[in-house]
Design a protein around this ligand. Structure first.
Ligand SMILES: [Zn+2]
Length: 356
């Protein structure tokens, strides 16, 4: 019992040095014979959306071309586990006839996690390299602990895992949307936020938004998409707005998901169960239930307070407008009119969805 993750899994929380000499996925020490690099944005995606020479901003302000955004990876993770995951996702993403619903939640989550974590990994590595190696590479503990859970879930591409949540299909909120084309916005967009643990990618007509929140948003707002845009294709500006809304909402969350991990040694499968959402001040984020010599028989009881009192603190239109401005590039003064009016591209004055 304790707060540690199962020992067979790579736990980035466990004093890991982001030194470029460990596989980002399994933690193996890299040597001349097993060292490879993994492209954070896979090459097939770079080719399909002309990203190779385009640049992306990292948190510390570094501009880096997509083609150079690589992280250390061992041969086995790269050539087997990730390559199988990439193939499953690519076959659906690049096929106009296929729908995002054909990608399983588990794959979708692992794939989004890899990109989100890959960027964070690169940022940690770059700060590790700098003149002052002890400064600047520690993310705030809340970011790190969520990063740890996202990293754990991502390992479902290399270890057999089954996920269960009593409230939703998957213990993270994953939104798949159809998008429309507008030349002014290009065919590709990547957005993320490490405070909100949110990420979004628009690729041609397909868009994905992920919140690594244990599925809290999906549980409390099951009809969010229907209510927001009635399942109509989104204009790229509307996609950004949806991301800003979900990101700001997620920042307001005062709940932390608690997971139980059950490892069955007979088939080496991990069952990951969302146990409860509880107050963020409880500070634990993982509970290992395990006996080394057999199947698991104990489940701890954690009070579920998500449905008992507000799970989010109060929404401020002004603060939301700041987040919206960050992701749309529109000036705050244009978006916000005191005391509480925020411009939207989603609805007209009667509340009907707008087809931009
Ligand atoms: Zn590896």
């Amino acid at each position: 019992m304790g707060k540690q993750l199962p020992k067979e899994l790579f736990d980035i929380f466990d004093g890991h040095p982001f030194d470029g000499d460990h596989c980002f996925l399994c933690g193996t020490v890299l040597t001349a014979s097993n060292r490879t690099v993994e492209h954070v944005f896979p090459r097939w995606l770079q080719d399909a959306f002309d990203l190779r020479d385009r640049t992306i901003h990292l948190l510390n302000g570094t501009l880096i071309p997509y083609r150079n955004l690589v992280i250390p990876c061992c041969k086995q993770c790269n050539g087997i586990h990730l390559s199988q995951l990439e193939n499953r996702v690519k076959n659906i993403l690049l096929d106009e006839e296929k729908s995002l619903n054909e990608i399983s939640d588990q794959d979708m989550n692992a794939w989004l996690s890899k990109i989100y974590i890959g960027i964070l990994w690169k940022e940690l590595e770059l700060s590790f390299d700098r003149r002052n190696p002890d400064a600047g590479r520690i993310l705030p503990p809340t970011v790190m602990s969520n990063f740890r859970m996202v990293h754990f879930f991502m390992q479902s591409c290399r270890k057999s895992m089954t996920f269960h949540s009593p409230h939703t299909n998957f213990p993270n909120s994953l939104l798949r949307v159809e998008c429309r084309f507008d030349g002014a916005y290009g065919r590709f967009d990547y957005l993320d936020n490490t405070d909100a643990h949110s990420v979004a990618i628009r690729m041609g007509k397909k868009g994905i938004v992920g919140l690594f929140d244990g599925g809290l948003h999906d549980m409390i707002f099951p009809d969010f998409a229907k209510h927001q845009f009635n399942e109509k294709p989104l204009h790229p500006a509307q996609f950004q707005e949806i991301f800003a809304k979900l990101t700001y909402k997620s920042m307001l969350s005062v709940r932390v998901p608690y997971f139980g991990f059950l490892h069955d040694e007979r088939d080496d499968n991990y069952t990951v169960v969302l146990l409860a959402f509880d107050d963020e001040n409880m500070s634990a984020n993982a509970i290992v239930i395990g006996a080394d010599d057999g199947p698991i028989t104990m489940v701890p009881v954690v009070p579920d307070s998500a449905l008992d009192g507000p799970a989010y603190s109060d929404w401020s239109q002004e603060n939301y407008a700041r987040v919206l401005s960050m992701y749309t590039g529109a000036p705050f003064d244009l978006l916000f009119r005191p005391p509480d009016m925020v411009a939207t591209t989603l609805h007209d004055e009667e509340g009907n969805f707008v087809e931009v």
